[in-house]
Design a protein around this ligand. Structure first.
Ligand SMILES: [Zn+2]
Length: 273
């Protein structure tokens, strides 16, 4: 356990080492892993968040955990800002990322395994009566899988499960890339200790300008190693903590609005016509 740092409202510095807050009844935000079951049992949980990400190369300058760290940071931030009682589950750290398999340290599971794991993890949350769940995703390769899982769970249960991918909810004048300016900015804002700024120039020089090996509308590359030497796509030199703060704010606001809507909707599926 790491104490929260005064003057750092997002708790972001401590968050890079571990979760910092235990249950805080009445504050609207709880971290499942830090709470006791008895406290959670007494809490009046409105919605649960399950961060999902990936452990995969992010160039020479950013950590392999980028996608689950950013997902967890945005889930935490939204939980803190929400008007409702939100419980944040531990992040799922390994996702659909075989496309980075040639880079040391990358871990992945197949889409089948990932869908099954996320589905069962959410079903365990539903079993506690928490019938509204949002999957907070930080990895592009997980997007089709979380959309399928959310649809399946919503159809099969009296529940509402929604997929949310943070970088689809932001709008800044920078290309997404991979470990490029967008992701590096949010890392600089949330986990600055994990970013190697002195490697930005090399990351851009030996990386790629765009994702894929496109011939017309067809991407011939299955693996990122086919088009980027060091794994990066885009220029992290354009990143800044200020842009990262803007990104985090945009993602947080989008997620808070989604939580409002999820709580506003019915958990029952439409009747047959
Ligand atoms: Zn990423």
């Amino acid at each position: 356990m790491v104490p929260a740092i005064a003057g750092d409202p997002a708790g972001r510095r401590a968050r890079c080492i571990g979760t910092v807050y235990a249950i805080a009844p009445g504050t609207g935000r709880m971290h499942l892993a830090d709470a006791t079951w008895t406290d959670l049992d007494e809490a009046d949980v409105d919605v649960a968040l399950l961060p999902v990400g990936s452990t995969e190369q992010h160039g020479p300058h950013a950590p392999l955990g980028t996608d689950y760290l950013t997902a967890a940071a945005i889930a935490d931030s939204a939980a803190e800002a929400a008007k409702h009682e939100v419980v944040v589950a531990p992040a799922v750290p390994i996702g659909v990322a075989e496309e980075h398999r040639q880079f040391t340290g990358t871990m992945w599971v197949t889409p089948d395994t990932f869908r099954a794991y996320v589905r069962e993890a959410v079903e365990s949350l539903l079993g506690h009566g928490w019938d509204r769940v949002v999957l907070v995703n930080g990895h592009g390769g997980n997007v089709p899988a979380i959309e399928e899982v959310a649809a399946r769970l919503t159809r099969d249960h009296d529940a509402l499960v929604a997929p949310f991918t943070w970088f689809e909810a932001v709008d800044v004048d920078l290309p997404m890339g991979h470990a490029g300016a967008v992701e590096t900015s949010i890392l600089l804002a949330s986990y600055p200790e994990l970013v190697h700024e002195e490697r930005f120039a090399a990351a851009a020089d030996d990386g790629a300008d765009r994702w894929g090996d496109w011939v017309g509308s067809v991407d011939l590359a299955q693996d990122s190693a086919a088009f980027t030497d060091n794994g990066a796509v885009g220029d992290p030199g354009e990143a800044s903590a200020d842009v990262g703060d803007t990104l985090e704010e945009q993602a947080r606001e989008a997620l808070v609005s989604l939580l409002d809507a999820v709580l506003d909707r019915s958990t029952t599926t439409p009747a047959h016509k």
